[in-house]
Each structure stands twice: as structure tokens, then as C-alpha cells.
Design a protein around this ligand. Structure first.
Ligand code: ADP
Ligand code: ZN
Ligand code: ZN
Length: 731
């Protein structure tokens, strides 16, 4: 008989401990397999943590341990889903992020493999249905049916899902002009890319490759200005690593950037590349996952969750644009891909390369301290000039007219000239630009917290201004406290509003829009980018996601419609975000042969994040921002942990939060600062009340046991739900 220790599918922290079951069946079962068990009288999926043989009977075991044993209902897998390294990683992540191990498993596995009951029905083998021609006879067909029949004839075969009308397809099937056939889709079909020989590296690129290759350090910060050719460095290093029989994990921050990176890698390493990202269907993801697990590919390219790719023998992990916040998951277990990369690298003794033109302050500070090895690419390939940059002060009435409050005269003029030359334009807005902060139209003053010097947030439900950092609250003033003007405005510029405005100002111009809404539709992002690259539209409007990585040779004008929304939002990272947005955006213009222009509209033309972003002066920005962080004692000078408590009952959540704050102060008040409880930006969500505590500390060792105790005591109270965010980015 086998004795199994398993982890039950249930994201409650209280259940984050193994339960024991026995198994007398014949199926093979090992650590890492999924099994079906009865838990709380219900069937549940569970993960096997350990298997031991026993000669004892169930009665003897029960006698010995003092609890009853049940038998597992079934073994669900025929092979191991997670190898030992990934099982160890589950424990490491659970420990660092105070997360239940089952939530880590859920983040790790593709949806069709997630430990949920519903997943058992998910496709194990994916089929693609095709429409094939039987006859091209057009008699007694309607014109519409003929049109489709001709299309199928022309294309030889088309996918059923591309066949838009079910009724026409049905008729053509009944009239025996076409037939359906099914083919097993064992793998995702990557577009065919021509193989490409490596470019000969520039002196600087070669030096960077050598520095990384020849050193025994494990983590590298590759700091290279936009257009300095970091991708070629990634490719060359990957080639070297693969030549040693090892594998490579290449991460990009957002799905929008995967197609480009996949193309680069597929051209160089034909047939050896796998993709993992959220736009794949569950079946496609399942296939790619198994293909990687079987060792059939040596490179995996993907967004955040690809960090869990079941590669073995990893030699190199690369995070491109390492500063981007989407590397951090914003739900349990709140992991950061960079930290997971470091954990996996330690296991394989692999190298980690963090690439960026504007490294996060954390990484740059670590590089300066010598924790990461600092490697630089200070010049653009072929010394291409940086675009000419103009900052437009939206507060100066000379810059605007009655036509538009969003588009200044100079931006409109530049847009007109660019369109006249047949060149393309990218317009950017800050993603976090919902109407929430308040500033003065006359003097530009933004209302800030007197304690924290960050912007206050307007709460619509009670009309108050609140600080999301400390617990400061104040009335919404009628006049600007600086100049007395009554023109206080709540800001908010969205992509849709901008598209409308563009179409009003430039009737007939073709626009495309890309924002987080677009990512909901499968492959939509890739389609929009492809369409823009083919010049099917003149203007691309979008959020941050288009500011990064893309190479559009015909784009000569980049306009940031409002650069400073980020500055006034309540986060210690506001200046950093704004600086990054501007630098990345400016780096987009004039990538081809033509010189680029960037226009930055702002209410804060003299803010250092704006001026230094415009001049791409990372060095000065870094120094200035580090000084600010030091004064505020914000990261990277300290670490943060956010604890969000939520409950249906407001009294319960408030009293629990206060009690928790008091006990934490008593316990670790000497090694950590405990702020709050505060009311978060969204205090009520679906009838659930929320309160937040923030811990600031320098060393995790004395703090961790206190948090673990909180989890152990509060985690079992079902009235209050606890979410712990280690290294949060938005407090
Ligand atoms: P980054 O990621 O650093 O912003 P890219 O990797 O996108 O820069 O490279 C910028 C451009 O320079 C790309 O068009 C790329 O094809 C080109 N490039 C890179 N390395 C070389 C090289 N060694 N020789 C010629 N062109 C190069
Ligand atoms: Zn004012
Ligand atoms: Zn405050």
C-alpha cells in the first residue's frame, strides 16, 4: 500500500498543509502527479507531494497517527507534470510571497492543467477542423455561396474557424461541394520565418557578450539605450548557451511584444523555439507545455507566466525591458518574474540577463552595489541620432486654441506635416490615466498629501480627497490653495477619447487603437501591430504597451498627449513611471532612415521626470530619484509588504485591521514601520470592504515570522480574507 502526502486544490491559506491518503490501486503515481480525492465530502483535485511504501494496514496507521485515512479515488496523470525543480520552486515562491502553495501551482500551470476539477474535461489533444473542396461545380448555388466556394478553391483548404457563415458552410456541405476534415494539432503552427544569419556584432555588442559570457557572475544588468541592439546580444548569448546543450528562457513584458521576439528567435533557431503566452488557446498552451516538458525545444519565448516553462537544464534566463511593471503579477501569489528567474537560475547555476534602456531603480541600485554585474551599450547602432524633442506646456495659453484642449497647436502642426509626407504617427497616453487626481488649471498645482508628498486621490462616493499612502483625508477644496483659482479639474485622458478627437481634427485619417481592451481579443494585438506596420493606418493610438520594443521604420512623429498623469497618481513610483514612458516613447520615433520628432504635452513642463525623460538622461534621473527615495525611505532603500484585508462586514474588516496593526507594532515595531490601516483606492468591491496595512522594513528575517503568524491566525478566520503582496508596486 502507498501512503501519499497531497496538497488539496483550495486557495485558502489555512489549507496550505499536506493531507495524507492511501492508495492500493495499480496505477503508477509519483511526486508531481495529480490525483482525485474526497475532501470535505466532495471530490477534489490534489497534488502529490510525496509517496512512501508502507507495510502497515489502514487500521494500524489510524491507530498510530490518531486520524482516519481515506483512499484516493483515482490517479489523474500518466506522467509527471512538474519535475522536481518546479516542485521545489513552488515551495520557494510560497515562502517568499507568503502564498498558499496551491495558488503557486495555479499560477504555474497552463489553464487546462490547473488543479481545478473543471480542467479534467479540457482537451488533451487539440484538433483543427478544415474545410476542403470536393467539387467546384457552381450550379444552383447563390452568389454568396459561390463566393465562398471560390475562396476555398483558391486557398485549397481553409480553417473552419475562418469560415464566417455557418449557414453557407452547412449548405456547401449538404450539396457536397466541400467536406470537413480534422487534423490533430500537435503543436502550434508558427508562421514560417526565413532563417537569418547572425548580424556581425558591433564592437560594443561583442564586448557586452564577452563580459557576460566570460564572467562567473550570475546576474547581469544589460543597460543599453533604445536602439543599441540588445536583441542581438540576447541571440548571440542564447546561441552559445544552446551550443553547450543547455536551454534558454526569453521573457518579454507584455504579449504585445511576443510576436516580434518570437520572430527574431525563430529566424535564428529554426524549429527549436516554443511560445508560451496568454493569447494561446488552452489547447495550444497545453501542447506547447508538453512539448517543452518533453525537451523538444531549447528556447521558450513568452510573457510573465512563461517564467514557469518546464524547461530543464536552463543555462540562460533573459528578461527584456526588465523595468516594466507587468512582470509583477497583481493577483495571488503576487510574484515578480525577476525574482522567480533568480530562484530558477540558482537551481541550474544559470545566468540571468536583465535588459533595459531605463532599468528599474531597484536593479540599477543592485548593479551599483555589485550585486548584479553592470554591462552597458551606451550607443545606438550606427550612431543613429536621437529624435528631436519638444516639450509643450499645456498651461501656457499660447500653446492652445479653441479647436482642441487635448492637442496643442504645435502637435497638430507636426501631425499635419507628417501626414502630408505620408509618414506615420504614434500617439501615447498613460494607461493609468483614469479620472482620479485633481490639479489646478491655472497654475498646474496638483493637490498632494501634506505627509507623503504624493498626490491625493479624489473619491467620488464621498467627494473627499484621500492619501493612499497614509491615512490623510481632506475636503475637496473649492479653490486652488496655491493661486486661488476655481478652475480645479479632475484629470483623465483615455485612448478612446483621443481617437475621437483625432478623427474630429483630421477627418478621414485612418487610426488604430491599442490598449488593455485590445488584449482581451485573441491575436488582436498582433493584428493591430501588423496592420500598422503595413501602413494600413496613419496613426496608432495607445497606452504604454506601444511605447516599448516596436520598430516601425515609417514612424517619424511620436506624440505623448499627456505625459504627467503618472506623476500625480498616488505611488512612490510615479516619477519613475513617467520617466520611463517618455524615454521609451521618444526612442520609438525615427527608427528607420528618417529623422524622428517627439512632442511631449504636459502640465508639468519643468518636472525632472519630464525634462530628463525628454533628453533621455537616465543617469541624472537615477541620481535625483534615488535621493527622493532616500528621503521618503521608499524602495530600493526599504522593502514593502502590503496586507489587504477584506470582508463582507465593514466593522469586522476595520476592527481586524486595527488589531492586526497593533499586534504587528508590538511584535516588530522596532524593525519595521507599520502604516495604516488605510482605505484603498477601491474601498468596496462587489460588496466586499477592504482595508490595507503597509509594512516598510530593511531586513525580511525578523519580519517574516510575524507575517507567518498573521497568516496562521487570520488565515483560518473565514470572515476576513487576507492578501499579502510582497514588494507591491502600487502603494
Ligand atoms: P534595442 O532592443 O536595444 O532597443 P534592437 O535590438 O531593437 O535595439 O536593435 C535596433 C536595430 O539595430 C534593429 O533594427 C536591429 O536589427 C539593428 N541591429 C542590431 N544589431 C546590429 C548589428 N550588429 N548590425 C546591424 N544592425 C544591427
Ligand atoms: Zn492654482
Ligand atoms: Zn499621505
Amino acid at each position: 500500500m502507498l501512503l501519499l502526502e497531497v496538497l488539496i486544490e483550495h486557495a485558502a491559506l489555512a489549507l496550505d498543509r499536506p493531507f495524507s491518503y492511501v492508495y492500493r490501486g495499480k496505477k503508477p503515481v509519483q511526486k508531481g502527479y495529480r490525483v482525485l480525492v474526497t475532501f470535505n465530502h466532495r471530490p477534489s483535485v490534489a497534488y502529490v507531494l510525496s509517496v512512501t511504501e508502507t507495510d502497515k494496514t489502514v487500521a494500524q496507521l489510524e491507530e498510530e497517527r490518531g486520524f482516519s485515512f481515506s483512499e484516493i479515488l483515482d490517479v489523474l496523470d500518466e506522467e509527471k507534470l512538474l519535475n522536481d525543480e518546479l516542485m521545489t520552486l513552488v515551495d520557494e515562491i510560497a515562502e517568499k510571497y507568503f502564498a498558499p502553495r496551491i495558488s503557486v501551482l495555479q499560477a504555474m500551470l497552463p489553464p487546462s492543467l490547473k488543479p481545478r476539477l473543471s480542467s479534467l474535461k479540457a482537451p488533451k489533444i487539440a484538433y483543427e477542423a478544415y474545410v476542403d473542396v470536393l467539387s467546384d461545380d457552381e450550379t444552383d448555388l447563390t452568389p454568396k455561396q459561390i463566393e465562398w466556394l471560390r475562396l476555398v478553391v483558391r486557398e485549397k483548404r481553409i480553417r473552419k474557424k475562418d469560415f464566417r457563415s455557418d449557414t453557407i458552410l452547412k449548405t456547401l456541405l449538404e450539396k457536397k461541394r466541400v467536406k470537413l476534415s480534422y487534423e490533430e494539432k500537435t503543436r502550434l503552427v508558427l508562421p514560417e520565418f526565413r532563417e537569418q544569419k547572425p548580424k556581425s556584432l558591433t564592437h560594443e555588442q561583442q564586448a557586452a557578450v564577452d563580459a557576460i559570457w566570460e564572467s562567473s557572475d550570475s546576474v547581469y544588468l544589460l543597460e543599453g539605450v533604445t536602439g543599441s541592439g540588445k536583441t542581438e546580444v540576447y541571440l548571440t548569448l542564447s546561441e552559445k548557451v544552446m551550443a553547450q546543450g543547455k536551454t534558454v528562457l526569453m521573457l518579454v513584458p507584455e504579449i504585445a511584444l511576443t510576436p516580434i521576439m518570437v520572430e527574431y528567435f525563430s529566424r535564428r533557431f529554426k524549429g527549436r523555439v516554443a511560445i508560451l503566452h496568454s493569447e494561446l488557446t488552452p489547447a495550444e498552451k497545453y501542447d506547447e507545455y508538453r512539448r517543452i516538458a518533453r525537451g523538444e525545444c531549447q528556447v521558450v519565448v513568452g510573457a510573465r507566466s512563461a517564467i514557469f516553462a518546464p524547461l530543464s537544464n536552463i543555462g540562460l534566463l533573459i528578461l527584456d525591458e526588465e523595468h516594466v511593471e507587468s512582470y509583477k503579477q497583481d493577483t495571488m501569489p503576487y510574484y515578480h518574474a525577476r525574482d522567480v528567474a533568480l530562484m530558477r537560475a540558482a537551481h541550474f547555476n544559470a545566468k540571468v540577463v536583465l535588459g533595459s534602456a531605463t532599468p528599474s531603480l531597484e536593479s540599477r541600485a543592485r548593479a551599483l552595489k555589485g550585486n548584479y554585474r553592470h554591462v552597458r551599450l551606451p550607443h545606438r547602432i550606427n550612431e543613429k541620432e536621437l529624435p528631436e524633442t519638444t516639450i509643450v506646456d499645456l498651461l501656457n495659453p499660447m500653446n492652445l486654441d479653441r479647436e482642441s484642449v487635448m492637442f496643442s497647436l504645435s502637435l497638430r502642426q507636426k501631425m499635419k506635416e507628417t501626414l502630408a509626407k505620408g509618414e506615420q504617427i504614434v500617439l501615447l497616453v498613460n494607461r493609468r490615466g483614469y479620472s482620479s487626481y485633481v490639479s489646478c488649471r491655472s497654475c498646474g498645482h496638483a493637490l498632494k498629501c501634506p505627509n507623503c508628498d504624493i498626490s491625493l486621490t479624489y473619491h467620488k462616493e464621498d467627494g473627499m480627497l484621500k492619501c493612499h499612502h497614509c491615512d490623510h483625508v481632506e475636503m475637496m477644496p473649492k479653490k486652488c490653495p496655491e493661486c486661488g483659482s476655481t478652475h480645479l479639474s479632475k484629470q483623465g485622458f483615455g485612448t478612446e477619447k483621443i481617437e475621437e478627437e483625432v478623427q474630429r481634427l483630421f477627418p478621414g485619417v485612418k487610426t488604430l487603437r491599442l490598449d488593455s481592451d485590445s488584449t482581451k481579443v485573441r491575436n488582436r494585438v498582433a493584428q493591430v501591430l501588423e496592420s500598422f506596420r503595413k501602413h494600413e493606418a496613419d496613426i496608432l493610438i495607445g497606452t504604454q504597451m506601444i511605447a516599448k520594443g516596436h520598430d516601425f521604420p515609417n514612424v517619424t512623429l511620436v506624440g505623448i498627449v499627456l505625459a504627467d498623469i503618472g506623476l500625480t497618481l498616488p505611488s512612490y513610483r510615479s516619477a519613475e513611471r513617467t520617466f520611463q514612458l517618455i524615454t521609451q516613447a521618444v526612442g520609438r520615433a525615427g527608427r528607420g532612415d528618417k529623422k524622428g520628432i517627439a512632442v511631449i504635452q504636459t502640465y508639468m513642463p519643468t518636472h525632472y521626470a519630464v525634462t530628463l525623460g525628454a533628453s533621455q538622461n537616465y543617469e541624472t534621473f537615477f541620481a535625483k530619484e534615488m535621493a527622493m527615495r532616500k528621503i521618503q525611505q521608499s524602495p530600493p532603500y526599504t522593502y514593502l509588504i502590503g496586507i489587504t484585508l477584506s470582508s463582507k462586514d465593514e466593522d469586522t474588516v476595520v476592527s481586524t485591521a486595527y488589531a492586526l496593526s497593533e499586534s504587528l507594532i508590538k511584535e516588530i515595531g522596532s524593525v519595521a514601520t507599520i502604516l495604516g490601516p488605510t482605505t484603498p483606492f477601491i474601498p468596496i468591491l462587489n460588496g466586499i470592504h477592504r482595508r490595507v496595512l503597509l509594512l516598510k522594513y530593511k531586513k525580511i528575517e525578523p519580519v517574516a515570522p510575524a507575517i507567518q503568524r498573521v497568516v496562521a491566525t487570520l488565515g483560518t478566520k473565514s470572515q476576513v480574507h487576507l492578501a499579502i503582496d510582497v514588494d507591491p508596486i502600487d502603494f
